[in-house]
Design a binder for this molecule. Structure first.
Ligand SMILES: [Zn+2]
Length: 230
């Protein structure tokens, strides 16, 4: 059992507003497992927007979170199902900190993506926290999310690439804001056509603001850059 004071401290250290820690276990070979429960007592139906307090089912599973020092952290989360009184159907609640059907928190995904940009998928996966499959999933999710928004105040653009699974010759191109070191687009290929499409979709307003472009790849991109961002 974890006492009340420990629980409060553990919840503070975990620092995820949507959940509180209810107990913890430490396993030498595995890491720390924090059992959590959602703080809110209701959820909003995604179909009709009605608040539902009617719990239909608990659904507990374990996901990975950022490590604590050298110890891996696992969160047991409860993604509850509620029943909407208007639609008469159960729905599963959404969390800001972890997407549905993912085996990791969003903040772990963000950190892993940064690491992959600095190294490569295989060296990040070899640390044993996440698998190459999970990293590829993270990149795909980030790509979908990033590609919905145009970059803001982009002055220095970096074009980089990430090698996906070994031996398959798969690459994705990553566009980076060099001032913030954050990816602004992740593309599912590194061909000129794919990159061109994204750059053009940003529009002249964004492209005109770019003063510097840094390219870590083959010459094909250079022509594109000179054409679109003289
Ligand atoms: Zn509903």
């Amino acid at each position: 059992m974890t006492n009340k004071k420990d629980i409060k401290i553990l919840s503070q250290i975990l620092d995820i507003d949507e959940v509180k820690v209810i107990s913890h276990s430490i396993y030498n070979e595995i890491g720390i497992i924090l059992r959590t429960e959602p703080i809110k007592l209701y959820s909003v139906c995604p179909s009709c927007g009605t608040e539902s307090h009617k719990l239909h089912q608990n659904h507990r599973h374990i996901i990975k979170d950022l490590p604590f020092g050298e110890k891996p952290i696992f969160l047991e989360i409860n993604r509850r199902q509620f029943k909407c009184r208007i639609c008469k159907k159960p729905f599963s609640e959404e969390f800001e900190f972890a997407r549905k059907k993912r085996t990791y928190t969003n903040r772990l995904a963000n950190k892993i993506i940064q690491e992959v940009l600095e190294n490569d998928i295989h060296s990040v996966a070899s640390k044993g926290i996440v698998t190459t499959e999970e990293i590829e999933r993270m990149l795909k999710d980030a790509s979908e999310k990033l590609n919905l928004t145009k970059p803001k105040n982009l002055k220095r653009l970096g074009i980089d690439e990430i090698a996906l699974r070994k031996g398959k010759g798969n690459y994705c191109a990553v566009l980076i804001d060099l001032d913030t070191s954050k990816p602004i687009a992740i593309l599912n290929a590194r061909t000129q056509g794919v990159i061109e499409e994204v750059l053009i979709s940003w529009g002249v307003e964004v492209l005109e603001q770019i003063k510097e472009v840094s390219i870590d790849l083959w010459q094909g991109y250079k022509i594109l850059v000179i054409e679109l961002m003289p």
